[in-house]
Design a protein. Structure first.
Length: 278
């Protein structure tokens, strides 16, 4: 489902204000006649998965409401080199002024969707799902997590208030697994789930003796993950993390874990190469 306009408009408006600065697009104003019109096409240059069309469309609408943005693909669609993704027509000055912001959003979010799709495809033969993390660009979490969904992934918590996730530093400061879990249960509301990170099978056994909704199995080998899934035996959701790539994901998913999570799909995904040509 597309994100509501009320969520994405502040992001697009801020990006345009950053680009326009104090004097607007002085290059275009100097070189392009005010009455000139044009039509341009967003074209894929490398294979990938599209995300961010609504942000591109809104970019041009905020620059000039008379521009006509026509999508030829939809978010979540695959694109091949040469495919026309969308066209934009109307006042030439407005097209050139909005070009970079629109491409920044479209290329970045499509890059996230593309790497997500690569991993999701590699584990499609299993029950496992790929999840993103909170390792997102500040201010862009909602749209980056949307791009993950466009690529066939799922979202982990959106913020610190979504769920309780007890990690190794929490455990160290709280005084151990039992102390951390007990404190979490006393604090959590009835709808708040509790997940806890473990590094070893011994820690996992301690968690299972107390109980948790989910366990994060961090940096375990496939063999250890398989043993961990057998030990859990359905008593908690199992999530594996650490070194998740399209090449390693299948072996991890085949261990029987419910989820694998990766931070790099949002914080380090390469931009998808998309051009805008008059």
């Amino acid at each position: 489902m597309p994100l509501p306009i009320v969520l994405i408009e502040p992001l697009v408006r801020a990006a345009l204000l950053e680009d326009l600065g104090r004097a607007g697009d002085i290059t275009t104003d100097a070189c392009v006649p005010a009455a000139a019109t044009a039509k341009a096409a967003f074209t894929g240059r490398t294979p990938g998965t599209i995300a961010g069309l609504d942000l591109a469309a809104l970019t041009f609408r905020l620059v000039d409401p008379t521009l006509v943005f026509t999508p030829h693909l939809h978010d979540g669609d695959r694109v091949s080199p040469g495919d026309v993704i969308a066209t934009i027509a109307g006042p030439a000055r407005a097209i050139l002024t909005g070009e970079r912001v629109a491409l920044n959003f479209l290329g970045h979010l499509s890059g996230i969707a593309t790497v997500t799709r690569a991993i999701a495809d590699s584990i499609a033969h299993t029950k496992c799902r790929l999840a993103c993390t909170r390792k997102t660009t500040p201010g862009l979490r909602a749209v980056e997590k949307y791009a993950v969904r466009c690529g066939g992934g799922s979202n982990h918590r959106f913020g610190l208030d979504d769920a309780i996730l007890i990690k190794d530093n929490h455990i160290a400061i709280a005084g151990g697994i039992a102390a951390a879990l007990s404190a979490a249960r006393a604090h959590a509301g009835h709808l708040v789930k509790i997940e806890i990170e473990v590094d070893t099978l011994a820690q996992l056994a301690e968690v299972l003796a107390i109980g948790a909704d989910a366990v994060l199995l961090d940096n375990m080998s496939p063999a250890t993950l398989r043993a961990a899934v057998a030990l859990v035996a359905g008593r908690a959701i199992t999530e594996a993390s650490g070194r998740i790539t399209p090449e390693t994901a299948a072996a991890m998913a085949e261990t029987g874990v419910d989820l694998i999570s990766a931070g790099w799909i949002t914080h380090s995904a390469p931009v998808l190469d998309i051009g805008l040509d008059i």
